[in-house]
Design a protein around this ligand. Structure first.
Ligand code: L14
Length: 352
């Protein structure tokens, strides 16, 4: 920290889809930043990036890059976080990690500021940013859990390609053009980069995000299940997930079925707690065909909820439609929000 109480910040993975948004969110943040260091792999080093009207040059990350850094935002893949996050902490930085590397580590708080910012207080240098699909779901579930109790969650996702990175975005563009030109469609990235087999995403729906686990669920589905329990402090909560990739660029949508503990609750009461919730915007009116969509939420920081309705069979069952920008609240904005919270709570290591 500098004498005027401003921070030395680093972004690792600065040229990636999330890294770019992190830089934008830092520009919009009220976090006082004295220097911003942009780090990447050797391959992307040298790239020029604009920050608050100044041109910054991306440097290759090394252990020494983190000397003097107060806050390091990581989004360059799990192996980069494993390699450099402990080195950054050793040098006094607090790491906010947007990969799955540390999320389930018991020593590491997994935080959505509107939901469990108190978990930041026990941090030991690394804080994990949850998976994008998990973040938007728990933002909607927390106020419902607080008001009525929650016993079960079943979610199906409709996820944008940008979550899988800039190459997946390019792949959707290329395949869409190929398909419309009636050319052969080439699939080389999705569903999982580097996998044996690829499926086209353009004009398609892929029921696989991330790699399969031994239990038949994908890793994305297991992340939603395990992370939801950890963030809501509910190891007993029943959660099931099906994660599906669809051919649009930005925002994830989710159809969420919940069962609450209290009986006799009407839809209006669920709508009311969502309307009052921090970071959540209710857009729900069948009479005017009002509900959020991936396009309507793109570029916005909040989590949007619509289609709230009571299950027709289970007396405590409700259905919701939850939409948010996967690169903002799902990634970059949530990370920068964590940094703001750490500052507010005086939890940056140089201050501890
Ligand atoms: O776990 O491919 O943070 O859309 C979130 C995006 C994993 C990949 C994570 C995708 C990533 C996922």
């Amino acid at each position: 920290m500098t004498k005027d109480n401003s921070y030395h910040v680093a972004v690792v993975g600065a040229t990636g889809a999330v890294g770019q948004k992190m830089i934008k969110m830092l520009e919009e943040s009220n976090l006082p930043i004295s220097t911003l260091k942009l780090l990447s792999s050797k391959r992307s080093a040298g790239t020029k990036v604009d920050f608050k009207g100044k041109e910054l040059i991306v440097e290759e990350a090394t252990d020494e890059s983190f000397t003097g850094i107060d806050i390091a935002l990581f989004s360059a893949g799990g192996s980069v976080s494993k390699r450099f996050a402990p080195e950054a902490v050793k040098r006094g930085a607090v790491v906010i990690d947007n990969t799955s590397a540390y999320r389930m580590d018991e020593q590491v708080p997994l935080v959505v500021p509107e939901v469990n910012s108190e978990d930041l207080e026990s941090h030991q240098g690394i804080i994990a940013n949850p998976n994008c699909s998990t973040i938007q779901m728990v933002a909607a579930l927390k106020p419902i859990q607080d008001a009525f109790g929650l016993s079960r969650v079943i979610v199906s996702t409709y996820q944008a390609v940008s979550g899988a990175g800039t190459q997946a975005v390019e792949e959707l563009r290329d395949q869409t053009r190929q398909f419309l030109a009636e050319e052969e469609v080439t699939a080389t990235i999705l569903p999982v980069k580097g996998a044996e087999k690829h499926y086209p995403i353009a004009f398609n729906a892929l029921p696989q995000i991330d790699v399969f686990q031994e239990n038949g669920y994908t890793f994305e589905e297991m992340k939603m299940i395990n992370e939801t329990r950890k963030i809501l402090h509910r190891q007993d909560l029943s959660v099931a997930a099906t994660c599906v990739r669809l051919p649009f660029f930005t925002s994830h949508a989710e159809s969420v079925y919940i069962e609450i503990e209290q009986s006799g609750i009407e839809t209006e009461a669920i709508r009311h707690v969502l309307q009052e919730a921090d970071g959540v915007i209710l857009q729900d009116d069948p009479l005017t065909q009002t509900y959020p969509t991936p396009q309507s939420s793109a570029g916005k920081k909040e989590v949007f909820v619509g289609r709230v309705r009571k299950d027709l069979d289970h007396p405590n069952g409700f259905h919701l439609w939850v939409v948010s920008d996967n690169l903002l609240k799902g990634a970059a904005w949530n990370s920068v929000q964590i940094a703001e919270k750490l500052m507010e709570k005086n939890l940056l290591l140089h201050e501890k």
